[in-house]
Each structure stands twice: as C-alpha cells, then as structure tokens.
Write a protein that binds this ligand. Structure first.
Ligand code: ZN
Length: 516
C-alpha cells in the first residue's frame, strides 16, 4: 500500500513530465526550429499543455489532495510533504475556478492579439491593437472575477505571479520608491558632465563609447561562458544557445538552459544578459532535487526569480570588485577594443544612467520607473479608471513626468512590450519586486559574509552562492515571496535597501554628495 503522499506524488509526477516536455518544445522553437515547423509545433504544445491542465484540474487531484492533507496535518511550513499539499492545493483551487471555456477563449484571443500587436508595432498604429487589448482586458477582468479577490480584480491577476502579495502592498512599496527615485534620476541628469582631462573635482564623464567598439562574437561567448562557470553555473546540467530574446528554461533540476543574443558592436548586450539568465539558472539548478517532478520544483515567484537574476547581474557583475578581478582578463580577450581602457572607465561605462525610451535597454536606476508606469496603467485598465483609447496619451504623459523623455512614436512607447498582448496583467511589477528583493537580500548577505567584496575581487563566488543555495534556492516554491523574505531578512519587502544601495553607488559615480 502506498501512503496518501506517495499517491499524490505519483499522480503529479507525469503532469510535471508533460509540462517539462512542453518546455523542451518551446525551447527548441526559440532556438533551433526552422520557421516551417511553427504550425505543427503550436499543435504539439497545445496538446501537451491541455493534457497536463486537464489531469491537474481533475477531481482525482482534489481527492488525492484531501487524503494527503489528512496524513500530513499542520506540519512545519518547510516540511516537504506539508508544502507539497499546501502549494498544490493553492494551484488547484485557482485553476479550478477558471472555467475551461474562459481558458480557451483567452488563449484564442491572445494569439490573435499577439499578431495584431506585431502588426501595430511594425506599422506604428495603436488602433490596430486597441480592440484586441480591450477584449483582453474584458476577459482578464472576467478571469479575476472567477478567481475571486479581496480588494480589486488586479489582486487576482497579480497572485498568479506573486502569491501572497496584494496590489495595495505593491502600490505602497512603489510609492515609497518613486518618491526618492524621481529626484535621484533628476539629480543624475543634472550632474555636471566634465570632459576628459578637466579638473579632477568635476564629475567624471560617464560615456559608454568604449563598450561600442568591435567585440567578436566567438570571444564574447568564450568569455561569458567562463564567467558563468566561475559563478557556479553547471554546464553538465545546462547549456547556452542563441535566441532572439534571452530566457532561462528548466526541464528538471539537472537540465536548466539559458539563451543569449550577441551584438558585436555593443558588449553589454550579451555579457550582462548571460549573467542575468545565469542568475535565474543558478536558482533552478539549486532547487532541492527531492522537489523535482512536483509543483514545488520551481522558483518561489517571478519576483524572487528576478531577484536572483538581478543580484548577480547588478550587485555582483556591475560592481567594482567584480571587475577588479575580470577586467584584466576582459582586456586580454579584446585587446583592440579595450587596450587603452582603464578599469575605472570601464566600471563607469557599465554603470551609466541615462533616461531612455525602451524598458529592456534601460539602466539599473531608470528601469524601475519604466516598470512603475506600466503597473499604474495596467492596474487602471483592470479597475476601469484607464481606458484603452487614452492609453498612448497616458503613457507619454507618464514618461515625461517620470523620465523626462517622450517617444515620437507609439512603437517606441505604448507598443514596445509583448506582455499586454499576452494578457499578462500583473507580470510587470515582478521586475521591480525582484530588484527590491535583491537589494534587501544583499543587505543581509553583506552582514553575514562580511568580506564579500574581497571574495568577489578574488573571483571566489562560492560563499555567495552557498548562502543563496541555503537560504533561497533549495526551498523551491515551499515559501511565498513574503514568507521567504521575512524568514531570511526578518523584514517585509521594502524599497529602502535598494534606495540605500542606489544612493551609495550612483551618488559616488555621479558625485551627487557634492551637490550644493
Ligand atoms: Zn529576468
């Protein structure tokens, strides 16, 4: 006789296999599949995903959960079995509340909307996308009503990506962030720019010309993959390929893949995206193998996932100690581009802050304003205070207000991101939640690993990775993001650690302390 927990695991494992097989097909679609394969691939993915979904929402899952729940009782929140029941129950109830007819309608509407969005962006014509977006908003509100919420429908949508966090909490945290961030961006924009060779008291010129020289792809690949291996990414349980948009995907804890894209005239494009995706992948490779083939064998939430990517990308790989270690090697790899460059100039170049139009190209500081703007607009779309028709004007006004730059076209404005065409309302805030979470974790890490900078300057990433493995990675989805943060840092999510980090780092880079 199997125990109820064994029965539940035996039921869930093949569902996870179906989802992982779908992920392999999706990875292939983005990397190696010839264009001609698109239609067959769409059918294959749809079959695998709907089969997995049907099995998951079946009455059998509910019965197995009931029996398993009796067997585990109220155990420790980190107990594998109790967590499996708790988290699977949450997913199950949410999935059961959305009628399958609505799932199908949404899926069709998003595939049409995505086509319309591509056309609208190419032709710079928002009106091509507008009716589709209106429909997606309607359907998403319907979905939120089906799922249920306490305060506003956006809560139900946010919960898909950030379980345990409410819209009001996000708005509150972002409000604190914005209050200090907008003046910081203004101060950076107003910081005096000195030309090379002028008085050492003047602020340094933060230009990034040296990043825009010739960087052959093969050498970028070799250098980046060496860095990834040094950080602890296990190439025996992963690989890196090329795709149009970099991403990380996991088929099991022993097969976690990343992709990148190269620009031979702009070094940061591949380098930092490799480290960013590497951060996501280190998380997935670090999940306790005992959680594999269960709903627990993933990251805690999108925000926590993003925190791991940004921690390695920004706090580690855009730090001075990191480049103290790597800059000599980088200069050796690219003698033509960097032969005349100094560590200091390179460090300043990779940390340049400049308000710009496009989110995915934004620097570490202004990025958060791009996210806040999207959060406020999509919250308004869902609660009915922002209409689709006024969206382009609202977008441009917010860009002007927050960043002081306004796009000439909707293609470079409201149409730039794919998310709304996929009805992924509630996704955007997770980018900034990740940024804030990374900074909050780093304050705890710096207190617990006092000589962290010395380790980074030696290229010794073991202590940092071990800390993350122990406190974050291995738990998978056992804890929600708020529970994880509370447990690890002793505090609820706050914008303050990131603001302290940004004030320190960019205050020094732009000599803001010398402001009158
Ligand atoms: Zn990411």
């Amino acid at each position: 006789m199997n125990t109820p927990i064994e029965d539940l695991r035996a039921h869930l494992a093949p569902i996870d296999d179906l989802e992982s097989a779908a992920a392999v097909l999706a990875w292939d679609q983005e990397t190696f599949m010839p264009d001609g394969g698109a239609e067959a691939r769409a059918r294959q993915l749809s079959t695998l995903q709907s089969t997995a979904h049907e099995r998951f929402v079946s009455d059998e899952t509910g019965e197995l959960l009931d029996r398993a729940a009796e067997a585990v009782g109220d155990a420790d929140p980190l107990d594998d079995d109790a967590s499996l029941v708790r988290v699977t129950r949450r997913d199950y109830e949410r999935a059961r509340r959305v009628p399958s007819s609505l799932v199908a309608t949404l899926s069709e509407a998003t595939s049409r909307a995505k086509q319309a969005w591509k056309k609208a962006r190419t032709e710079d014509d928002f009106s091509v996308f507008a009716p589709h977006l209106e429909r997606l908003v309607e359907l998403s509100v319907e979905k939120a009503e089906a799922i249920g919420y306490d305060d506003e429908p956006y809560d139900a949508l946010l919960e898909e990506f950030e379980p345990g966090l409410t819209t009001a909490e996000v708005a509150d945290t972002f409000g604190t962030l914005r209050e200090d961030l907008v003046p910081l961006v203004d101060a950076i924009a107003d910081a005096p720019r000195a030309e090379r060779g002028s008085s050492p008291r003047a602020a340094p010129a933060l230009d990034d010309d040296l990043l825009r020289r010739s960087y052959p792809q093969q050498k970028q690949k070799a250098f980046g993959e060496q860095v990834l291996a040094d950080l602890g990414y296990d190439f025996d349980r992963g690989r890196q390929d090329v795709s149009a948009h970099p991403f990380t995907t996991s088929f099991s804890v022993d097969d976690v893949r990343i992709t990148t894209r190269y620009d031979e005239e702009y070094l940061p494009s591949a380098l930092f995206s490799m480290i960013h995706e590497g951060g996501h992948a280190l998380y997935e490779q670090g999940i306790d193998p005992a959680l594999d083939r269960t709903p627990l064998g993933e990251g805690a939430s999108l925000g926590v996932h993003e925190s791991q990517a940004r921690l390695w990308e920004n706090h580690v790989a855009r730090s001075r100690p990191f480049w103290r270690h790597y800059f000599p090697q980088l200069r050796d790899a690219f003698p033509d581009a960097l032969g005349d460059a100094s560590l200091d100039a390179f460090y300043r170049a990779v940390n340049r802050v400049e308000p710009s139009l496009i989110r995915v190209e934004a620097d570490e500081v202004t990025y958060n304003l791009h996210v806040m703007l999207r959060f406020e607009l999509e919250r308004g779309l869902i609660d009915g205070t922002v209409s689709v028709d006024e969206l382009p004007a609202r977008w441009n006004a917010a860009m002007d207000d927050y960043l002081g730059v306004v796009p000439d076209t909707d293609a470079d404005g409201v149409l730039q991101d794919v998310h709304w065409s996929m009805a992924s309302f509630g996704y955007f805030p997770t980018y900034t939640l990740g940024t804030l979470t990374a900074a909050q974790l780093m304050e705890t890490i710096e207190a617990e690993i006092p000589n962290l900078d010395a380790h980074l300057a030696d290229g010794d990433f073991g202590p940092l990775l071990d800390w993350l493995r122990t406190h974050v990675h291995r738990h998978g989805r056992k804890l929600t993001a708020p529970a994880l943060l509370e447990r690890v840092t002793g505090e609820a999510l706050s914008a303050d650690p990131w603001l302290r980090y940004a004030d320190n780092k960019f205050g020094a880079l732009y000599r803001l302390g010398e402001r009158a």
